[in-house]
Ligand binder design. Structure first.
Ligand code: ADP
Ligand code: MG
Length: 729
C-alpha cells in the first residue's frame, strides 16, 4: 500500500507559517529597488542620454542606436553595484509564459583574461536561437532565426543575479513571434486613433494611454500534496477527484481571515513585488477554498502586462519558499470555482482625463459617451474575436460553467449608463442641442453622478462590464497572457475610432456643426451595437437563445472559436491598424491549434496512466478483499445466511468490475482515437478531433474514477483527495 498520501497529509498539517523578513525601510522606500527606473536612469546616465531615453519612453520617440552604448553602460554599472553578474533578454513567446536565456557580462579582454562587458548592441538585440519556440511555420529552423529587441518602454529589472531586459521577439523576416510586439502596435494604434478623436473635444491632447489593472486569482496547494498528484504536476489541474463533502457551499472562505501560512506567503510576495516595482495593493480570499486574489494599482497597459507576467513567475518562486505550489490553471478542481484574471481596462489622456469616465459638464459627458459607445461598437463587431482572444484549452473549463462569464461576449452597462444612452437614442438632435442665447450651445446629456456609478450593480455574469470609469474584461483566464485580450481589444477600438472619425468628418464636411455631427454618429452607433448590451443573467439558458437571435458568437468549441482570427473582418481590422498581418494571424492560429491539441493530448495520457497505474490496481485490490470476505462468510455461515450477509459486498464487487471495465475500455478507445487524430495533418482539424473525440472521453472516464473513489477503502486510495488538497494550508 502506498503511504505517500498519508505521509504528505501528515506533514502538511504540521507545517507552520514561514517567518518573512520585513525590510527595515518603508514600502515606499524599497519600491522599485530592483528596477532601472527613471530615478536610476537619472543617476546612472549622462543627462543628454537620459533626456533622449525619457523622450523615447514617454513619447515613443525613435531611439537613436548611438545612445544604446551609453544606456547599456549605465545599466551595467547599476546592475553590478547590485551584485548582478548576468543579463538576459526577457520575452513572452506564444507559449504563454516568459522566456529568458542568461549570458554573463564577461568577455575576453584580448590579453588572455576576462572583463565585464555589456555593450549597447547586446542591450538592443539578442539572438536567443530559440528555434523550438512555437512560430506556426513562420520561422523554419533551417532558415531565419528569431531575435529579441529591447522595449525601452518597460524598464529593466533584476531577478537574483540577473539583469532582465524586456524585449520583443521577432523573426528576421519581421513577423512577431510573441505577444509584446503586437501589443505595442495595438497600443500605438489606439493612441493615434483616440488622440485624433480627443481633438474634437480638446486640441491639446497629445497622447492617449491604455491602462490595465489586472486582478489575478490563484490557488495555493501544499507542496507535498501537490507532489502526490501527478495530474496536478503534469497538467496543472486535477483530472479526477470526487467533490469534497464540504467545499464552497458555506462561502465561509470568501473574504474570510487569511490563513497564517498563506498570509506569510502573501506578505513575502508583496515585498518581492514592490521591490520589482509592481504596485500590488489588494489581497484577499476568493470564493473557493484555498483560492486567493491579488491586484495591483492599474498601470500603462504594456507595463501592467509585463508586471503580470513577472508576478506569475515570482508567485511560483515565492510559493515554494512557503511549502506551497501556486496553481494558475483556470480550473484546477471540478465542481469548485475556477480562476480568472479580470482585466480592468480604460483609456486616459496625457492631460489627465480618464476617457471611460463621466465628466462634470455636458461636453465632458459627450466625450465620455463617445468613447463608451465606440468601445461597445468595437466589442459588438468583434465579439467573436474577443472570445477567441481569451479562449484556450484550459479556460474552456471555466467559461460557460456557472461561476464565470458565459462563452458569449456581451457588455453590462448598468442602469445609469443605459438610461443615458437611451436618452440620446430617443431624442432628436434638436432636443439634445439647444441654442441658448449668449451662452451659445446647450447640450442635454444627463449627468451621471460619479458616486452612484461606483455602486452600479456589479453583474458578475457579464464578460465585459462597465464599472464606473473603465470596462472590466472578466473572461480572461488566470494563466493567460493578458496581452492576447489587450491586443484584440485595443486594436478593435483603434479601428472603430478611425471609422468614427471618418463618419463625423464626413458630416462636418457637409456643413453640420461638430457637436451635432458627433451626436448624430453616436446615436446611429447606439442603435447598431444594441445587441452587445445585456444586463441580465448571463448564466441563464434564455440568454443563450437570445444571444444567438442577436447574432452574437455562441460557438463553444475552442478550436472553432479560433477561426474568428481569420475572418475577413478580423484580418481587415488587424491589417488596417498595422497590428498583425494576415501571415502572422495564420501562423499564430497554427500555434493556437497546436497548443490546444497538445494540452488535451497530455491530459489524455496522464489520465490513462493514472487510471491504469493507480485507480484500477487499487480498486481491484479492494475488490479482492471484498471477495475474500465473501468467501470467508461462506465458511462461517450456512449458504443462505452467508449470501444475505454478503449482499452489499457482492454489489460493491460488481460495481467495481463494471466501473473498472468501463475505465479500461475507454482508456483503450481514447488511445485509439488519439492515434487517429495524430495522423491528421491539418492543425485545425487535428485540434477539432481532439476537442470532439478525446476531451469528452476524459470526462466520461473521470466520472467512473470519481465513483470508485467514493467506495474504495480510504486507506488504499493513493491520490490526495479534494478535501485534503483544498482544506489543508
Ligand atoms: P473589484 O474586485 O471590485 O472589481 P478591485 O479593486 O479588486 O475591484 O480591482 C480593481 C482593479 O481595477 C484594480 O487593479 C484597479 O487598479 C483597477 N482600476 C481601477 N480604475 C481603473 C481604470 N480607470 N482603468 C484600469 N484599471 C482600473
Ligand atoms: Mg473585478
Amino acid at each position: 500500500m502506498s503511504k505517500l498520501r498519508f505521509r504528505v497529509v501528515e506533514t502538511a498539517f504540521k507545517k507552520k507559517a514561514v517567518e518573512v523578513p520585513v525590510p527595515a525601510e518603508r514600502p515606499s522606500e524599497y519600491f522599485g529597488k530592483y528596477v532601472f527606473n527613471k530615478e536610476k536612469m537619472f543617476k546612472y546616465l549622462p543627462s543628454k542620454v537620459y533626456n533622449t531615453l525619457i523622450d523615447a519612453i514617454d513619447n515613443g520617440a525613435p531611439l537613436d542606436r548611438t545612445i544604446a552604448d551609453e544606456v547599456a553602460s549605465g545599466m551595467k554599472k547599476w546592475a553590478t553595484e547590485m551584485g548582478v553578474t548576468h543579463y538576459t533578454h526577457w520575452f513572452s513567446p506564444l507559449t504563454e509564459g516568459t522566456a529568458e536565456k542568461h549570458d554573463a557580462f564577461v568577455e575576453h579582454d584580448g590579453k588572455g583574461g576576462m572583463m565585464e562587458e555589456f555593450s549597447g548592441k547586446l542591450l538592443v538585440q539578442q539572438e536567443p536561437d530559440a528555434s523550438s519556440f512555437p512560430n506556426g511555420g513562420i520561422r523554419n529552423t533551417f532558415e531565419a532565426r528569431g531575435y529579441s529587441a529591447w522595449d525601452p518602454s518597460s524598464p529593466a529589472f533584476i531577478i537574483d543575479d540577473t539583469l532582465c531586459i524586456p524585449t520583443v521577439f521577432i523573426a528576421y523576416t519581421g513577423e512577431a513571434l510573441d505577444y509584446k510586439a503586437p501589443l505595442l502596435k495595438a497600443l500605438r494604434a489606439v493612441d493615434k486613433a483616440a488622440t485624433a478623436v480627443c481633438h474634437y473635444f480638446n486640441p491639446d491632447v497629445k497622447k492617449v494611454v491604455a491602462f490595465l489593472g489586472w486582478e489575478q486569482e490563484y490557488f495555493l496547494i501544499d507542496e507535498g500534496l501537490y507532489a502526490a498528484r501527478p495530474d496536478l504536476l503534469l497538467t496543472g489541474r486535477t483530472l479526477m477527484g470526487h467533490d469534497s463533502a464540504k467545499n464552497q457551499q458555506l462561502e465561509d472562505h470568501y473574504f474570510g481571515a487569511i490563513p497564517t501560512r498563506v498570509a506569510a506567503f502573501m506578505k513575502d510576495l508583496e515585498i518581492e513585488s514592490l521591490k520589482l516595482g509592481i504596485p500590488v495593493k489588494t489581497r484577499h480570499n476568493e470564493v473557493a477554498p484555498n483560492q486567493f486574489e491579488l491586484a495591483p494599482i492599474y498601470e500603462e497597459c504594456n507595463l501592467a502586462n509585463d508586471h503580470n507576467l513577472l508576478i506569475m513567475s515570482v508567485m511560483r518562486k515565492v510559493s515554494r519558499r512557503h511549502g506551497f505550489r501556486v496553481l494558475l490553471h483556470e480550473k484546477p478542481f471540478k465542481g469548485v470555482n475556477g480562476s480568472g484574471k479580470h482585466n480592468n481596462w480604460s483609456l486616459g489622456t496625457d492631460t489627465g482625463i480618464l476617457l471611460m469616465g463621466p465628466g462634470k459638464t455636458p461636453e465632458e459627458n459627450l466625450r465620455f459617451v463617445t468613447f463608451v459607445v465606440n468601445t461597445l461598437m468595437a466589442v459588438y463587431k468583434h465579439n467573436g474575436l474577443l472570445k477567441a482572444a481569451i479562449s484556450s484549452a484550459t479556460n474552456a473549463h471555466r467559461l460557460g460553467a456557472n461561476e464565470a462569464p458565459p462563452a458569449i461576449i456581451s457588455s453590462f452597462l448598468g442602469k445609469q449608463l443605459t438610461q443615458v444612452l437611451g436618452h440620446i437614442e430617443s431624442s432628436t438632435i434638436d432636443d439634445l442641442i439647444s441654442l441658448s442665447g449668449k451662452q451659445g450651445m446647450k447640450l442635454d446629456i444627463p449627468q451621471i453622478p460619479e458616486l452612484l456609478i461606483d455602486n452600479t450593480d456589479r453583474n458578475r455574469t457579464s464578460p465585459f462590464a462597465f464599472t464606473g470609469n473603465r470596462f472590466e474584461f472578466r473572461a480572461v483566464g488566470s494563466q493567460a497572457n493578458c496581452a492576447s485580450a489587450m491586443i484584440a481589444l485595443n486594436a478593435a477600438l483603434a479601428d472603430q475610432l478611425t471609422t468614427f472619425k471618418k463618419d463625423v468628418d464626413a458630416l462636418i464636411e457637409k456643413g453640420e456643426p461638430k457637436i451635432s455631427a458627433i451626436l448624430d454618429v453616436v446615436r446611429g452607433y447606439i442603435k447598431i451595437c444594441k445587441p452587445i448590451h445585456f444586463d441580465g443573467n448571463g448564466y441563464s439558458e434564455e440568454w443563450k437563445i437570445e444571444a444567438a437571435k442577436r447574432g452574437l458568437d455562441c460557438e463553444t468549441s475552442v478550436p472553432v472559436i479560433f477561426d474568428n482570427y481569420l475572418k475577413p473582418e478580423s484580418i481587415a481590422m488587424f491589417e488596417a491598424t498595422g497590428v498583425l498581418s494576415k501571415k502572422e494571424l495564420h501562423a499564430r492560429n497554427e500555434v493556437k491549434w497546436e497548443t490546444y491539441t497538445k494540452k488535451i493530448q497530455i491530459e489524455a495520457r496522464v489520465l490513462g496512466d493514472l487510471a491504469m497505474n493507480h485507480i484500477i490496481p487499487v480498486a481491484t485490490r479492494y475488490q479482492t478483499n471484498l471477495i475474500d470476505n465473501v468467501y470467508k462468510m461462506q465458511s462461517l455461515f450456512p449458504v443462505d445466511k452467508a449470501t444475505e450477509l454478503s449482499s452489499k459486498n457482492l454489489e460493491l464487487i460488481e460495481e467495481i468490475s463494471v466501473r473498472t471495465a468501463f475505465i479500461k475500455e475507454h482508456v483503450d478507445s481514447m488511445i485509439e482515437a488519439r492515434k487517429v487524430a495524430n495522423k491528421i495533418e491539418c492543425e485545425r482539424e487535428k485540434a477539432i478531433a481532439y476537442h470532439d473525440n478525446i476531451a469528452p472521453a476524459l470526462e466520461e472516464i473521470r466520472y467512473h474514477i470519481d465513483k470508485l473513489e467514493l467506495i474504495v477503502d480510504n486507506q488504499m486510495w493513493t491520490l490526495p483527495k479534494y478535501r485534503e488538497l483544498l482544506f489543508i494550508r
